[in-house]
Design a protein around this ligand. Sequence first.
Ligand code: UDP
Ligand code: GLC
Ligand code: MN
Length: 306
Amino acid sequence: MGEKGEAFVTLTTNDAYVLGSLVLAESLRRVGTKRRLVVMITNEISETLKHNLHTVFDDVHVVDLLSSEDFKNLQLLGRPDLHVTFTKLHCWNLTQYSKCVFLDADTLVIQNVDDMFEREEFSAAPDSGWPDCFNSGVFVFKPNVDTYKSLLQFAATQGTFDGGDQGLLNRYFNTWPTNDIKTHLPFTYNVVSRPFYSYPSGLKAFKQNIKIVHFIGADKPWQHPYNYSSGVVTPLPDSRHDAEFLQYWWNIFIDSVQPTLNPSAEGLIGRLAALSVDNPVDSSIMPLEEIQNLDVKLKKNCEEGR
Ligand code: UDP
Ligand code: GLC
Ligand code: MN
């Protein structure tokens, strides 16, 4: 352990991503991590889920929502919702820790990754869309309030080329592509869950080396229909997430998270909590309608340049 302690840190600004963060925390416990588990939340999180987070994480930090307000660049990603990923930058304020590993709430740890703390700021794995950039869903950093301030300053003057934190962090830590290879995490520490050209053969050859899976993209594991009786998740028709990875996420969710959810909660959380042998499938569990409604609202904001 580092002098002031080391921690895995994640972020969730709404109830849906809380599901991801709870599964992520459980996956870290299952691989026997020796580090502390920290979640940053905003005030949008419901009280009942705050309670869940407090039982699973060592530390729950309430932070202010930060928005990139850059809906124009987010249009290229097709993810207007990602303007809130600037909230991630608060992780540099966690100065009670000497070194941390940030993990997106849509990641899942398959094997122990405590060795990541042997690396220095800033270490990350290549982004599969543009491998000369790093993916900002998994990275090693050193909390420092000056870095936080300087990142905000940098954002105000330089902006972000993807509209989210990744486009900002890649410009800020711009020596990463040519830095010492030690700052390059192997791809196995941030394996995307969707195939692209050489991916299936790579997966066949190196599956056993995978440490962290990252469910990148608009559809997340908790949005895929699961049958409580058969114990099987059926990937959504347009989804390209690997079925085995989705199943792994759901196994942990049903085993350790779903039984702890409050059945009187509203919306997605309540419906997931109600799954049982007597109510194995809830057709409304596919929150597609909710997602589409949300998209309509966000697209409108986008068009209006908000
Ligand atoms: N996030 C969040 N609320 C949101 C969107 C994102 O808390 O509405 C956080 C969450 O930790 C998430 C991360 O920001 O994992 C990055 O977003 P996402 O994983 O959806 O981006 P992707 O990896 O799909 O590009
Ligand atoms: C990326 C990363 C995610 C980041 C987002 C916005 O695809 O996976 O961690 O928040 O882009 O920059
Ligand atoms: Mn992600």
